[in-house]
Write a protein that binds this ligand. Structure first.
Ligand code: LRH
Length: 466
Protein backbone atom coordinates (compact mmCIF):
# COMPACT_ATOMS: atom_id res chain seq x y z
CA UNK A 1 0.00 0.00 0.00
CA UNK A 2 1.32 3.44 -0.86
CA UNK A 3 0.07 6.37 1.17
CA UNK A 4 0.33 10.02 0.26
CA UNK A 5 0.00 12.40 3.17
CA UNK A 6 -0.20 16.17 3.44
CA UNK A 7 -1.64 18.10 6.40
CA UNK A 8 -4.96 18.26 4.46
CA UNK A 9 -5.01 15.08 2.48
CA UNK A 10 -4.55 11.37 2.92
CA UNK A 11 -4.67 8.94 0.09
CA UNK A 12 -3.97 5.21 -0.01
CA UNK A 13 -3.39 3.13 -3.12
CA UNK A 14 -2.97 -0.61 -3.35
CA UNK A 15 0.00 -1.43 -5.57
CA UNK A 16 0.29 -5.15 -4.95
CA UNK A 17 -1.59 -7.83 -3.06
CA UNK A 18 -0.24 -11.32 -2.52
CA UNK A 19 -1.55 -14.37 -0.70
CA UNK A 20 -0.29 -15.35 2.73
CA UNK A 21 -0.40 -19.14 2.45
CA UNK A 22 0.81 -21.15 5.43
CA UNK A 23 1.96 -24.72 4.81
CA UNK A 24 1.39 -27.80 6.90
CA UNK A 25 4.79 -29.49 7.24
CA UNK A 26 5.31 -32.81 9.04
CA UNK A 27 6.33 -30.79 12.13
CA UNK A 28 3.22 -28.59 12.06
CA UNK A 29 1.60 -25.51 10.57
CA UNK A 30 4.24 -22.97 9.43
CA UNK A 31 4.30 -19.54 7.79
CA UNK A 32 5.95 -19.20 4.41
CA UNK A 33 7.83 -16.13 5.52
CA UNK A 34 10.19 -16.12 2.54
CA UNK A 35 7.21 -15.84 0.21
CA UNK A 36 5.97 -12.95 2.35
CA UNK A 37 9.33 -11.22 2.16
CA UNK A 38 9.47 -11.75 -1.62
CA UNK A 39 5.98 -10.22 -1.80
CA UNK A 40 7.18 -7.24 0.23
CA UNK A 41 10.09 -6.72 -2.18
CA UNK A 42 7.80 -7.00 -5.21
CA UNK A 43 5.45 -4.51 -3.57
CA UNK A 44 8.24 -2.05 -2.84
CA UNK A 45 9.35 -2.27 -6.45
CA UNK A 46 5.79 -1.67 -7.66
CA UNK A 47 5.45 1.23 -5.21
CA UNK A 48 8.07 3.39 -6.92
CA UNK A 49 10.05 6.14 -5.19
CA UNK A 50 8.58 6.28 -1.68
CA UNK A 51 10.01 8.53 1.06
CA UNK A 52 9.73 5.97 3.85
CA UNK A 53 8.77 2.35 4.46
CA UNK A 54 6.97 0.86 7.50
CA UNK A 55 6.13 -2.76 8.25
CA UNK A 56 3.21 -4.04 10.31
CA UNK A 57 1.73 -7.51 10.62
CA UNK A 58 -0.13 -9.91 12.83
CA UNK A 59 0.88 -10.39 16.44
CA UNK A 60 2.46 -13.09 18.64
CA UNK A 61 4.43 -15.10 16.03
CA UNK A 62 8.18 -14.90 15.62
CA UNK A 63 11.23 -16.16 13.76
CA UNK A 64 14.31 -17.49 15.53
CA UNK A 65 17.80 -16.53 14.34
CA UNK A 66 21.08 -18.32 15.03
CA UNK A 67 24.30 -16.69 16.24
CA UNK A 68 25.04 -15.53 12.67
CA UNK A 69 21.66 -13.80 12.43
CA UNK A 70 20.27 -16.41 10.03
CA UNK A 71 16.68 -17.60 10.23
CA UNK A 72 16.45 -21.05 11.81
CA UNK A 73 13.37 -22.23 9.92
CA UNK A 74 9.89 -21.09 9.03
CA UNK A 75 8.02 -19.42 11.91
CA UNK A 76 5.30 -21.53 13.52
CA UNK A 77 1.71 -20.46 12.90
CA UNK A 78 -0.21 -19.39 15.98
CA UNK A 79 -2.97 -21.80 14.97
CA UNK A 80 -0.55 -24.73 15.19
CA UNK A 81 -1.59 -27.39 17.69
CA UNK A 82 1.78 -27.37 19.51
CA UNK A 83 0.44 -25.08 22.23
CA UNK A 84 -2.41 -27.40 23.24
CA UNK A 85 -2.41 -27.83 27.01
CA UNK A 86 0.57 -25.49 27.48
CA UNK A 87 -1.38 -22.66 29.11
CA UNK A 88 -2.75 -24.98 31.81
CA UNK A 89 0.76 -26.26 32.60
CA UNK A 90 2.15 -22.71 32.59
CA UNK A 91 -0.34 -21.65 35.25
CA UNK A 92 1.28 -24.16 37.60
CA UNK A 93 4.52 -22.16 37.30
CA UNK A 94 2.93 -18.72 37.54
CA UNK A 95 -0.68 -18.65 38.78
CA UNK A 96 -3.17 -17.10 36.38
CA UNK A 97 -3.93 -14.21 38.76
CA UNK A 98 -0.30 -13.17 39.00
CA UNK A 99 0.37 -13.58 35.28
CA UNK A 100 -2.59 -11.34 34.45
CA UNK A 101 -1.67 -8.77 37.09
CA UNK A 102 1.85 -8.55 35.61
CA UNK A 103 1.14 -8.74 31.86
CA UNK A 104 -2.57 -7.96 31.41
CA UNK A 105 -2.74 -10.42 28.52
CA UNK A 106 -5.70 -12.68 27.75
CA UNK A 107 -5.53 -16.38 28.32
CA UNK A 108 -5.09 -17.61 24.75
CA UNK A 109 -3.23 -20.70 23.57
CA UNK A 110 -1.30 -18.75 20.92
CA UNK A 111 0.36 -16.13 23.16
CA UNK A 112 4.09 -15.94 22.42
CA UNK A 113 4.79 -17.11 25.97
CA UNK A 114 2.92 -20.36 25.36
CA UNK A 115 4.60 -20.83 22.00
CA UNK A 116 8.01 -20.41 23.61
CA UNK A 117 7.18 -22.90 26.33
CA UNK A 118 5.98 -25.39 23.69
CA UNK A 119 9.15 -24.94 21.63
CA UNK A 120 11.88 -24.59 24.18
CA UNK A 121 13.21 -28.16 24.12
CA UNK A 122 13.50 -28.21 20.33
CA UNK A 123 16.85 -28.24 18.52
CA UNK A 124 15.81 -25.05 16.78
CA UNK A 125 15.16 -23.21 20.01
CA UNK A 126 18.41 -24.45 21.53
CA UNK A 127 20.32 -22.94 18.60
CA UNK A 128 18.40 -19.65 18.74
CA UNK A 129 20.20 -16.48 19.79
CA UNK A 130 17.64 -13.91 18.65
CA UNK A 131 13.86 -13.82 18.45
CA UNK A 132 12.18 -11.37 16.10
CA UNK A 133 8.40 -10.92 15.93
CA UNK A 134 7.23 -11.29 12.33
CA UNK A 135 7.07 -7.57 11.35
CA UNK A 136 10.43 -7.02 13.10
CA UNK A 137 11.84 -9.93 11.10
CA UNK A 138 10.78 -8.36 7.79
CA UNK A 139 12.20 -5.01 8.94
CA UNK A 140 15.45 -6.77 9.88
CA UNK A 141 15.76 -8.33 6.44
CA UNK A 142 15.17 -4.94 4.84
CA UNK A 143 17.59 -2.97 7.02
CA UNK A 144 19.91 -5.38 8.85
CA UNK A 145 18.78 -3.76 12.13
CA UNK A 146 17.11 -5.88 14.81
CA UNK A 147 14.57 -4.36 17.17
CA UNK A 148 11.51 -5.30 19.19
CA UNK A 149 8.62 -2.97 18.46
CA UNK A 150 6.72 -2.31 21.62
CA UNK A 151 3.04 -2.51 20.54
CA UNK A 152 3.63 -5.99 19.18
CA UNK A 153 5.82 -6.95 22.15
CA UNK A 154 2.78 -6.28 24.33
CA UNK A 155 1.10 -9.37 22.83
CA UNK A 156 3.86 -11.74 24.00
CA UNK A 157 2.55 -12.01 27.58
CA UNK A 158 6.04 -11.07 28.76
CA UNK A 159 5.58 -7.29 28.88
CA UNK A 160 4.36 -5.14 31.76
CA UNK A 161 1.66 -2.92 30.18
CA UNK A 162 2.04 -0.33 32.96
CA UNK A 163 5.67 0.38 32.14
CA UNK A 164 6.08 -0.81 28.54
CA UNK A 165 9.12 -2.80 29.75
CA UNK A 166 9.63 -6.53 30.09
CA UNK A 167 8.04 -8.25 33.08
CA UNK A 168 11.44 -9.67 34.01
CA UNK A 169 10.07 -11.61 36.99
CA UNK A 170 7.60 -13.45 34.73
CA UNK A 171 10.29 -14.31 32.18
CA UNK A 172 12.57 -15.50 34.95
CA UNK A 173 9.89 -17.70 36.51
CA UNK A 174 9.46 -19.45 33.15
CA UNK A 175 13.21 -19.57 32.47
CA UNK A 176 12.87 -17.43 29.36
CA UNK A 177 16.02 -15.51 28.47
CA UNK A 178 14.96 -11.96 27.63
CA UNK A 179 18.34 -11.55 25.93
CA UNK A 180 16.71 -13.34 22.97
CA UNK A 181 14.79 -10.15 22.26
CA UNK A 182 16.40 -7.23 20.47
CA UNK A 183 16.25 -3.75 22.07
CA UNK A 184 12.87 -2.03 22.09
CA UNK A 185 11.84 0.43 19.45
CA UNK A 186 8.79 2.65 19.48
CA UNK A 187 6.46 3.83 16.72
CA UNK A 188 8.10 6.78 15.00
CA UNK A 189 11.68 5.66 15.74
CA UNK A 190 13.97 5.25 12.76
CA UNK A 191 14.47 1.55 11.93
CA UNK A 192 17.45 1.98 9.59
CA UNK A 193 17.66 2.31 5.82
CA UNK A 194 17.14 -0.28 3.10
CA UNK A 195 20.20 -2.51 2.67
CA UNK A 196 22.24 -1.99 -0.53
CA UNK A 197 21.06 -5.23 -2.18
CA UNK A 198 17.44 -4.26 -1.47
CA UNK A 199 17.98 -0.82 -2.98
CA UNK A 200 19.60 -2.39 -5.99
CA UNK A 201 16.55 -4.62 -6.44
CA UNK A 202 14.35 -1.51 -6.32
CA UNK A 203 16.63 0.53 -8.57
CA UNK A 204 17.13 3.17 -5.85
CA UNK A 205 20.49 4.91 -5.49
CA UNK A 206 19.53 7.02 -2.44
CA UNK A 207 19.16 5.69 1.12
CA UNK A 208 15.51 4.86 1.79
CA UNK A 209 14.51 5.24 5.46
CA UNK A 210 12.51 2.55 7.20
CA UNK A 211 10.36 3.96 10.00
CA UNK A 212 9.08 2.06 13.00
CA UNK A 213 5.27 2.03 12.97
CA UNK A 214 2.81 0.49 15.42
CA UNK A 215 3.93 -2.87 14.01
CA UNK A 216 1.07 -4.87 15.48
CA UNK A 217 -1.52 -4.58 12.70
CA UNK A 218 -4.31 -4.04 15.22
CA UNK A 219 -2.39 -1.18 16.86
CA UNK A 220 -1.97 0.44 13.44
CA UNK A 221 -5.68 -0.05 12.73
CA UNK A 222 -6.64 1.65 16.00
CA UNK A 223 -4.52 4.67 14.99
CA UNK A 224 -6.82 5.06 11.97
CA UNK A 225 -10.14 4.85 13.88
CA UNK A 226 -11.78 8.09 12.71
CA UNK A 227 -13.08 9.11 16.16
CA UNK A 228 -13.53 12.80 16.94
CA UNK A 229 -11.41 14.39 19.65
CA UNK A 230 -13.08 13.78 23.01
CA UNK A 231 -15.62 11.30 21.63
CA UNK A 232 -16.46 8.25 23.79
CA UNK A 233 -15.98 5.32 21.42
CA UNK A 234 -15.41 1.60 21.14
CA UNK A 235 -13.72 0.08 18.09
CA UNK A 236 -13.95 -3.22 16.28
CA UNK A 237 -10.92 -4.02 14.15
CA UNK A 238 -12.15 -6.62 11.73
CA UNK A 239 -10.50 -9.10 9.43
CA UNK A 240 -9.54 -12.65 10.22
CA UNK A 241 -10.20 -11.62 13.83
CA UNK A 242 -12.57 -9.14 15.40
CA UNK A 243 -10.66 -7.17 18.02
CA UNK A 244 -13.26 -5.38 20.09
CA UNK A 245 -12.45 -2.82 22.73
CA UNK A 246 -11.47 0.59 23.97
CA UNK A 247 -8.52 2.93 23.90
CA UNK A 248 -7.51 3.65 27.49
CA UNK A 249 -4.78 5.57 29.31
CA UNK A 250 -4.00 2.72 31.69
CA UNK A 251 -4.45 -1.06 31.75
CA UNK A 252 -7.32 -2.80 33.54
CA UNK A 253 -5.75 -5.60 35.55
CA UNK A 254 -8.65 -6.58 37.81
CA UNK A 255 -9.84 -10.09 38.59
CA UNK A 256 -13.10 -9.38 36.76
CA UNK A 257 -11.19 -8.34 33.65
CA UNK A 258 -9.13 -11.52 33.77
CA UNK A 259 -12.25 -13.63 34.20
CA UNK A 260 -13.77 -11.95 31.14
CA UNK A 261 -10.56 -12.67 29.20
CA UNK A 262 -9.89 -9.11 28.09
CA UNK A 263 -6.37 -8.23 27.03
CA UNK A 264 -4.34 -5.06 27.56
CA UNK A 265 -2.17 -4.47 24.52
CA UNK A 266 -0.19 -1.29 23.96
CA UNK A 267 -1.11 1.25 21.34
CA UNK A 268 0.44 4.39 19.93
CA UNK A 269 1.94 6.87 22.41
CA UNK A 270 1.59 4.60 25.43
CA UNK A 271 -2.16 4.10 25.07
CA UNK A 272 -3.69 0.79 26.07
CA UNK A 273 -5.79 -1.25 23.67
CA UNK A 274 -8.20 -2.93 26.02
CA UNK A 275 -9.91 -5.56 23.92
CA UNK A 276 -11.23 -9.04 23.41
CA UNK A 277 -10.16 -11.34 20.56
CA UNK A 278 -13.16 -12.78 18.77
CA UNK A 279 -12.76 -15.43 16.09
CA UNK A 280 -13.85 -12.94 13.43
CA UNK A 281 -14.38 -13.46 9.72
CA UNK A 282 -12.05 -16.47 9.97
CA UNK A 283 -15.27 -18.42 10.49
CA UNK A 284 -16.54 -17.31 7.10
CA UNK A 285 -13.12 -17.51 5.41
CA UNK A 286 -12.82 -21.13 6.47
CA UNK A 287 -16.37 -21.91 5.28
CA UNK A 288 -15.52 -20.34 1.93
CA UNK A 289 -12.37 -22.46 1.70
CA UNK A 290 -14.45 -25.57 2.45
CA UNK A 291 -17.02 -24.61 -0.21
CA UNK A 292 -14.34 -23.57 -2.74
CA UNK A 293 -16.25 -20.29 -3.00
CA UNK A 294 -14.49 -16.97 -3.48
CA UNK A 295 -17.47 -14.68 -4.07
CA UNK A 296 -18.27 -13.28 -0.65
CA UNK A 297 -20.89 -10.96 -2.17
CA UNK A 298 -23.05 -13.89 -3.28
CA UNK A 299 -22.89 -15.47 0.19
CA UNK A 300 -23.82 -12.20 1.88
CA UNK A 301 -26.84 -11.84 -0.40
CA UNK A 302 -27.93 -15.39 0.47
CA UNK A 303 -27.38 -14.63 4.17
CA UNK A 304 -29.46 -11.45 3.98
CA UNK A 305 -32.36 -13.43 2.47
CA UNK A 306 -32.69 -15.99 5.29
CA UNK A 307 -34.27 -15.30 8.71
CA UNK A 308 -31.88 -13.87 11.28
CA UNK A 309 -30.96 -15.11 14.77
CA UNK A 310 -32.15 -18.66 14.14
CA UNK A 311 -28.92 -20.18 15.46
CA UNK A 312 -25.88 -18.56 17.02
CA UNK A 313 -22.53 -19.92 18.15
CA UNK A 314 -19.98 -18.49 20.57
CA UNK A 315 -17.59 -16.68 18.22
CA UNK A 316 -14.98 -16.33 20.95
CA UNK A 317 -14.81 -20.06 21.57
CA UNK A 318 -11.20 -21.17 20.96
CA UNK A 319 -12.63 -24.40 19.55
CA UNK A 320 -12.93 -22.44 16.26
CA UNK A 321 -9.21 -21.56 16.24
CA UNK A 322 -7.79 -24.41 14.12
CA UNK A 323 -8.43 -24.59 10.38
CA UNK A 324 -10.63 -27.19 8.70
CA UNK A 325 -14.22 -28.50 8.48
CA UNK A 326 -15.67 -25.16 9.53
CA UNK A 327 -19.26 -25.59 8.20
CA UNK A 328 -19.50 -28.92 10.01
CA UNK A 329 -18.02 -27.50 13.21
CA UNK A 330 -20.52 -24.64 13.16
CA UNK A 331 -23.35 -27.13 12.56
CA UNK A 332 -22.08 -29.28 15.47
CA UNK A 333 -22.02 -26.24 17.78
CA UNK A 334 -25.63 -25.39 16.86
CA UNK A 335 -26.72 -28.99 17.36
CA UNK A 336 -25.04 -29.32 20.74
CA UNK A 337 -26.77 -26.17 21.99
CA UNK A 338 -30.19 -27.42 20.83
CA UNK A 339 -30.61 -24.88 18.02
CA UNK A 340 -31.66 -25.42 14.41
CA UNK A 341 -28.72 -26.68 12.34
CA UNK A 342 -27.94 -24.42 9.36
CA UNK A 343 -28.28 -26.50 6.23
CA UNK A 344 -27.61 -24.09 3.35
CA UNK A 345 -24.61 -21.86 2.68
CA UNK A 346 -26.81 -18.82 3.23
CA UNK A 347 -27.96 -20.14 6.61
CA UNK A 348 -24.43 -20.94 7.70
CA UNK A 349 -23.21 -17.50 6.61
CA UNK A 350 -26.10 -15.88 8.46
CA UNK A 351 -25.27 -17.89 11.57
CA UNK A 352 -21.67 -16.63 11.37
CA UNK A 353 -22.71 -12.99 10.95
CA UNK A 354 -25.35 -13.10 13.69
CA UNK A 355 -22.84 -14.81 15.98
CA UNK A 356 -20.19 -12.19 15.27
CA UNK A 357 -22.60 -9.34 15.89
CA UNK A 358 -23.61 -10.96 19.16
CA UNK A 359 -19.98 -11.42 20.21
CA UNK A 360 -19.31 -7.78 19.26
CA UNK A 361 -22.18 -6.66 21.47
CA UNK A 362 -21.01 -8.73 24.40
CA UNK A 363 -17.44 -7.43 24.15
CA UNK A 364 -18.55 -3.79 23.77
CA UNK A 365 -20.81 -4.11 26.81
CA UNK A 366 -18.27 -5.90 28.97
CA UNK A 367 -15.39 -3.59 28.03
CA UNK A 368 -17.41 -0.54 29.07
CA UNK A 369 -18.35 -2.14 32.36
CA UNK A 370 -14.93 -3.55 33.22
CA UNK A 371 -13.08 -0.35 32.34
CA UNK A 372 -15.82 1.93 33.69
CA UNK A 373 -15.66 3.72 30.36
CA UNK A 374 -19.04 4.25 28.68
CA UNK A 375 -19.22 4.81 24.92
CA UNK A 376 -21.67 6.47 22.55
CA UNK A 377 -20.55 5.01 19.25
CA UNK A 378 -18.82 1.95 17.82
CA UNK A 379 -16.28 2.29 14.99
CA UNK A 380 -15.91 -0.70 12.69
CA UNK A 381 -12.61 -0.59 10.79
CA UNK A 382 -10.96 -3.23 8.59
CA UNK A 383 -12.49 -5.65 6.11
CA UNK A 384 -15.97 -5.84 7.67
CA UNK A 385 -16.44 -2.10 7.12
CA UNK A 386 -17.36 -3.21 3.57
CA UNK A 387 -19.81 -5.80 4.90
CA UNK A 388 -23.02 -3.79 5.23
CA UNK A 389 -25.00 -6.69 6.70
CA UNK A 390 -22.49 -7.31 9.49
CA UNK A 391 -22.27 -3.58 10.27
CA UNK A 392 -26.04 -3.30 10.45
CA UNK A 393 -26.31 -6.39 12.65
CA UNK A 394 -23.55 -5.04 14.90
CA UNK A 395 -25.37 -1.71 15.31
CA UNK A 396 -28.62 -3.56 16.11
CA UNK A 397 -26.94 -5.95 18.53
CA UNK A 398 -24.98 -3.22 20.36
CA UNK A 399 -27.91 -0.80 20.38
CA UNK A 400 -25.41 1.89 19.36
CA UNK A 401 -24.62 3.69 16.13
CA UNK A 402 -21.86 2.05 14.10
CA UNK A 403 -19.55 4.15 11.95
CA UNK A 404 -17.92 1.87 9.38
CA UNK A 405 -14.61 2.58 7.65
CA UNK A 406 -11.87 2.77 6.67
CA UNK A 407 -11.49 -0.81 5.45
CA UNK A 408 -7.72 -0.44 5.11
CA UNK A 409 -7.28 0.95 8.61
CA UNK A 410 -4.05 -0.91 9.43
CA UNK A 411 -2.35 0.40 6.30
CA UNK A 412 -3.60 3.94 6.98
CA UNK A 413 -2.40 3.82 10.60
CA UNK A 414 0.96 2.54 9.42
CA UNK A 415 1.31 5.38 6.89
CA UNK A 416 0.12 8.03 9.36
CA UNK A 417 2.74 7.10 11.95
CA UNK A 418 5.44 7.34 9.28
CA UNK A 419 4.02 10.68 8.17
CA UNK A 420 4.08 11.98 11.73
CA UNK A 421 7.69 10.87 12.15
CA UNK A 422 8.49 12.87 9.02
CA UNK A 423 6.69 15.97 10.32
CA UNK A 424 3.68 15.82 7.96
CA UNK A 425 0.87 15.37 10.47
CA UNK A 426 0.30 16.22 14.14
CA UNK A 427 -0.93 14.24 17.12
CA UNK A 428 -3.35 11.29 17.33
CA UNK A 429 -6.38 13.55 17.16
CA UNK A 430 -5.01 15.22 14.01
CA UNK A 431 -4.36 11.84 12.41
CA UNK A 432 -7.88 10.68 13.18
CA UNK A 433 -9.33 13.94 11.94
CA UNK A 434 -7.49 13.46 8.67
CA UNK A 435 -8.90 9.93 8.31
CA UNK A 436 -12.42 11.19 9.09
CA UNK A 437 -12.19 14.00 6.53
CA UNK A 438 -10.68 11.98 3.70
CA UNK A 439 -11.95 8.41 3.90
CA UNK A 440 -15.44 7.20 2.97
CA UNK A 441 -17.38 6.30 6.13
CA UNK A 442 -20.88 4.94 6.54
CA UNK A 443 -23.12 5.27 9.57
CA UNK A 444 -25.61 2.61 10.71
CA UNK A 445 -28.24 3.49 13.32
CA UNK A 446 -29.46 0.66 15.59
CA UNK A 447 -32.96 -0.63 14.83
CA UNK A 448 -33.93 -0.90 18.50
CA UNK A 449 -34.87 -4.61 18.50
CA UNK A 450 -32.82 -5.38 21.62
CA UNK A 451 -35.03 -8.22 22.94
CA UNK A 452 -34.21 -10.63 20.11
CA UNK A 453 -30.50 -10.08 20.73
CA UNK A 454 -30.94 -10.54 24.47
CA UNK A 455 -32.61 -13.90 23.84
CA UNK A 456 -29.87 -14.96 21.43
CA UNK A 457 -27.23 -13.92 23.96
CA UNK A 458 -28.74 -16.29 26.51
CA UNK A 459 -28.28 -19.18 24.08
CA UNK A 460 -24.49 -18.81 24.04
CA UNK A 461 -24.05 -17.38 27.55
CA UNK A 462 -21.23 -18.64 29.68
CA UNK A 463 -19.21 -20.12 26.84
CA UNK A 464 -16.52 -17.46 26.34
CA UNK A 465 -13.56 -18.75 28.35
CA UNK A 466 -11.01 -21.07 26.83
C1 LRH B 1 -4.87 -9.62 13.87
C2 LRH B 1 -3.97 -10.08 14.98
C3 LRH B 1 -4.64 -9.96 16.33
C4 LRH B 1 -3.91 -11.03 17.10
C5 LRH B 1 -3.86 -12.13 16.08
C6 LRH B 1 -2.84 -13.18 16.31
O1 LRH B 1 -4.26 -9.77 12.63
O2 LRH B 1 -2.76 -9.38 14.99
O3 LRH B 1 -4.57 -8.70 16.93
O4 LRH B 1 -4.45 -11.33 18.31
O5 LRH B 1 -3.68 -11.47 14.83
Amino acid sequence: MVGSVTPDDLDLAEVLRFANRPARLPEGLRWDVLALYAGVLDGLRAAGPVASVGIDGWAVDYGLLDADGHLLGPPAHYRDARTEGVAARARRTVPAERLYARTGVQDAPFNTLHQLLAARDSAQFTAARRLLLVPDLITYWLTGEAGTEVTNASTTQLLDPRTGRWAADVAEAFGIDLGLFAPFRHPGDPAGTLLPHVREHLGRADPVPVTTVASHDTASAVVAVPARDGERFAYICTGTWSLVGLELDAPVLTAASRAANFTNELGLDGTVRYLRNITGLWLLQECMRAWAEDDVGALLREAAAVPGLRSVVDASDPAFLPPGRMPERIADACRSTGQPVPSTRGETTRCVLDSLALAHRRAVEEAQRLADHPVDVVYVVGGAARNALLCRLTADACGLPVVAGPAEAAALGNVLVQARAHGLVGDRAAMRGLVARTQPLRRYEPSGDGAAWDAAARRVAGRTRP
